[in-house]
Design a protein around this ligand. Structure first.
Ligand SMILES: [Zn+2]
Length: 432
C-alpha cells in the first residue's frame, strides 16, 4: 500500500495533460500513410531521458521508430509492459475540423486534435505512470517496461504488415508476461479480446469462348457470383461463444448498441450487436475477364472474413470448403493470404492477473468496476497475444470518436488512467 501511495504522489495531474497536448502538436501520421514518426520519437526519448530513464530506439527504416524502456526491480519477477502507440491516422480535410487538427489545445476539460484520443492521451498516461515509478523509486520485483509503437494504425493481417511490435517480440528485444495497452477503451471498459481477420483469395476458372456463342464457354465471373453468394452465407450463422466469454460478449453487445444510438445511428444498433457473434464478410476486391466480347475464363475475388470468438481459422476454412461444395460450382479454389499471425480471434482470459488487477484498481481508484469487452477488429494486442503475452486495452475516453473529425480526449481521464495503471502495476509486480 505504501508503494501505491508513493507512486500515486508522483503522478502529475497537470503534467500528463500538458504532455498529451505537446504530443498532439507533433503530427505523427503512420509512416505507411506517408507520415513520419522520427520527430515524435525523438521528443518522447528526450522527455523521458530528461527525467532520468534510459530509452532504447529501434529504427525500422522508412521513418518508423519504435521505443522501449525498462525499469528493473530488486529481484527477478513478473514483467509488465505498458504500451502506447505514437502514430495517428491522417487528419483528412482540414476544413471539416472546427479547430486546427494538430493544435493540441486544452479547452473545456478536453485536449483537442488528431490523435488526442487514439492514442496520445493514453500514451501520455502510460509515460506518466512509468515516470512516476521511476521518481517514486518504488520498490518492486520484476520489470516495468514501456513500449511505444510507431505503426499501429496500419495494422494488416498479412505478412510484413504486422509491424514493429511483432518484430520486437519475435526477436526477443521486447519481452513481457502481460501488457496493458492504453488504447481508448473508456475507463469503464477493458477490452480483452479481438475478432480475427481471415483474408481469402478465391479463384474461379472457366473456359473462354466468343460472346456470341456463350454455350461454348464456361463463364468464370458467373461462377464467382454463385460462389460469393455461397461464401457470404457464412455471415448468417450465430457462432456459439466460448463459455468464459459469455458475459464479455453480452456487455459488448450492449456497449455497441448504445454507441450507435449515441451517434444517432439507431438503425445500425442491431447490426453492431450482431458483429459480436457472427462473421463479418467483406467482398473487397474482384478481378475477372479480359474483353467484353470474350467469355471470361478466370475470376479472382478477395474477401475479408472477420471471425468472432469461438470460430478459429481452421474451422472457418472447413465451413467455406463445405459452402463451396454445396454451391455445386466446379473449378473453384481458395487460399488464406493473411499470414500465420492472423486469422483466428484472440483473447485474454477474464481470470488473467492483468485483467483482475486493472479491474480491481479501477474500482479502488475510480470507484468503477470496468466491464469486459470484445472488439470487432484486431490491433497490436492481437500480436502480443499471439506471441504469448496476455494483453488488454484500457485507456482514457471511449473509442467512438477515434479517427473522426474534431477528435478529443477528456483531460481528467488522463491522470485517472495513469493512477489506475500505477496501482495495477504495483499489484502486478508485487512479489508472489
Ligand atoms: Zn489506437
Amino acid at each position: 500500500m505504501k508503494t501505491k501511495e508513493s507512486v500515486l504522489r508522483c503522478v502529475g495531474e497537470k503534467e500528463v495533460v500538458d504532455l498529451c497536448s505537446r504530443l498532439v502538436q507533433i503530427p505523427s501520421i503512420t509512416p505507411a500513410y506517408g507520415g513520419d514518426t522520427t520527430e515524435i520519437a525523438r521528443f518522447i526519448k528526450e522527455y523521458l531521458e530528461q527525467k532520468g530513464v534510459n530509452v532504447e530506439t529501434h529504427d525500422f527504416g522508412s521513418r518508423t521508430v519504435a521505443l522501449t524502456s525498462r525499469l528493473k526491480g530488486r529481484l527477478t519477477g513478473p514483467r509488465l509492459i505498458l504500451y502506447g502507440h505514437m502514430d495517428v491516422v491522417p487528419a483528412g480535410e482540414a476544413e471539416r475540423w472546427s479547430f486546427p487538427p494538430f493544435c493540441g489545445e486544452i479547452r473545456d476539460g478536453k485536449v483537442l486534435g488528431r490523435g488526442a484520443l487514439d492514442m496520445k492521451g493514453g500514451l501520455a498516461s502510460v509515460m506518466t505512470t512509468y515516470l512516476a515509478f521511476h521518481e517514486a523509486d518504488a520498490e518492486f520485483d520484476g520489470s516495468l517496461i514501456l513500449a511505444i509503437a510507431p505503426d499501429e494504425e496500419k495494422w494488416m493481417p498479412v505478412e510484413g504488415g504486422l509491424g514493429t511490435q511483432w518484430s520486437l517480440l519475435k526477436s526477443g528485444r521486447l519481452q513481457g508476461d502481460a501488457c496493458i495497452m492504453a488504447e481508448p477503451s473508456g475507463l469503464g471498459t477493458i477490452t480483452i479480446g479481438e475478432k480475427g481477420e481471415y483474408w481469402i483469395k478465391v479463384t474461379a476458372k472457366g473456359k473462354p469462348a466468343h460472346a456470341t456463342s456463350p454455350m461454348l464457354g464456361d463463364n468464370a465471373i458467373e461462377k464467382m457470383m454463385k460462389v460469393l453468394d455461397a461464401i457470404r452465407s457464412i455471415g448468417e450463422e450465430i457462432i456459439p461463444t466460448p463459455p468464459e466469454l459469455v458475459n464479455a460478449i453480452q456487455s459488448s453487445k450492449e456497449i455497441a448498441s448504445r454507441s450507435m444510438v449515441e451517434q444517432g445511428l439507431k438503425d445500425k444498433a442491431e447490426g453492431a450487436k450482431r458483429l459480436l457473434d457472427h462473421v463479418a464478410v467483406n467482398i473487397g476486391e474482384i478481378q475477372g475477364g479480359t474483353m467484353t466480347n470474350v467469355v471470361p475464363d478466370k475470376c479472382i475475388a478477395k474477401l475479408a472474413l472477420v471471425l468472432p470468438m469461438g470460430l478459429d481459422a481452421q474451422r472457418a476454412r472447413e465451413k467455406i470448403e463445405r459452402l463451396i461444395l454445396k454451391s455445386g460450382v466446379s473449378d473453384v479454389t481458395f487460399e488464406q493470404f493473411s499470414g500465420e499471425m492472423a486469422g483466428s480471434p484472440t483473447y485474454t482470459k477474464p481470470t488473467e492477473k492483468v485483467v483482475k488487477t486493472v479491474q480491481e484498481n479501477a474500482k479502488q481508484v475510480l470507484g468503477i468496476t470496468p466491464q469486459l469487452m470484445i472488439a470487432t477488429g484486431p490491433g497490436d494486442a492481437n500480436v502480443y497475444r499471439r506471441m504469448g503475452v496476455p494483453s488488454i486495452y484500457y485507456g482514457p475516453t471511449g473509442f467512438a470518436g477515434a479517427h473522426s473529425y474534431d477528435e478529443w480526449v477528456s483531460a481528467a481521464d488522463l491522470s485517472s488512467a495513469a493512477k489506475v495503471y500505477a496501482c495495477a502495476a504495483v499489484d502486478y509486480l508485487a512479489a508472489n
